[in-house]
Write a protein that binds this ligand. Structure first.
Ligand code: ZN
Length: 213
């Protein structure tokens, strides 16, 4: 029983509206979704095919969900009204972190695997990233990677306010820099650097980022 309508967002991302054109999302929340796509690196958007805007009563009940192989993000009806989704949609950006993590690895969470390897080799910043608290329902290392992606897109690409819900100090000042250094060393890093107009020279990127307020 098909009870949704679909439209095509910029970058050929399909949006499936289970609540129909009346929402959720409402017109303002739709505008926020479009603005959020604008700050995601193009080469990452290529990994995203479909966003499902679920209606009340459909899973997930809270937050969002994703399909690692298919490039699908599901946004709960509740998520659209959350205070942290009123400038850009942070739930979408967190789920996008999962899509990039898995999509760049053909369905395996390759960026998280890289961070875990770095930690195993004694990288304290990788350990700090993986030990960051997470507020959502799902435990595990991939949540930390998705939160780091969300924080980087908010703070460094969108230049928008961002406070990490479970550990507010994790993405402030030098604590943010050490986690971003690790994220940029993963396979996701190239797209993030190019979205900022930075060179592929990793050391230069770190110097440049450190001098930005
Ligand atoms: Zn997640």
């Amino acid at each position: 029983m098909s009870q949704y309508t679909e439209e095509v967002l910029p970058y050929a991302v399909r949006l499936r509206l289970w609540g129909g054109p009346q929402g959720p999302p409402n017109a303002r929340q739709m505008a926020i979704l479009r603005a959020t796509l604008d700050v995601i690196p193009l080469e990452h958007l290529c990994l995203l095919r479909l966003i499902e805007a679920r209606r009340a009563g459909q899973a997930p009940a809270h937050g969002g969900g994703h399909d690692p192989a298919g490039g699908v993000i599901r946004l709960s009806a509740e998520s659209f009204g959350k205070p942290y989704n009123q400038t850009l949609n942070q739930t979408l950006l967190h789920e996008m972190g999962h899509i990039v993590d898995a999509g760049l690895g053909g369905g395996h969470y390759v960026c998280t695997q890289q961070i875990q390897q770095m930690r195993a080799q004694g990288d304290a910043d990788a350990a700090a990233l993986l030990n960051t608290l997470h507020r959502g329902a799902t435990p595990g290392a991939i949540e930390r990677t998705a939160d780091a992606y969300l924080a980087f897109v908010m703070l460094r690409i969108a230049r928008a306010p961002f406070v990490h819900g479970a550990q507010p100090g994790a993405y402030v000042g030098s604590e943010a820099e050490r986690r971003f250094r690790v994220l940029l060393e993963t396979r996701a890093g190239a797209g993030l650097r190019r979205r900022l107009g930075l060179t592929d020279d990793f050391a230069a990127t770190i110097r440049d980022l450190a001098h930005r307020p």
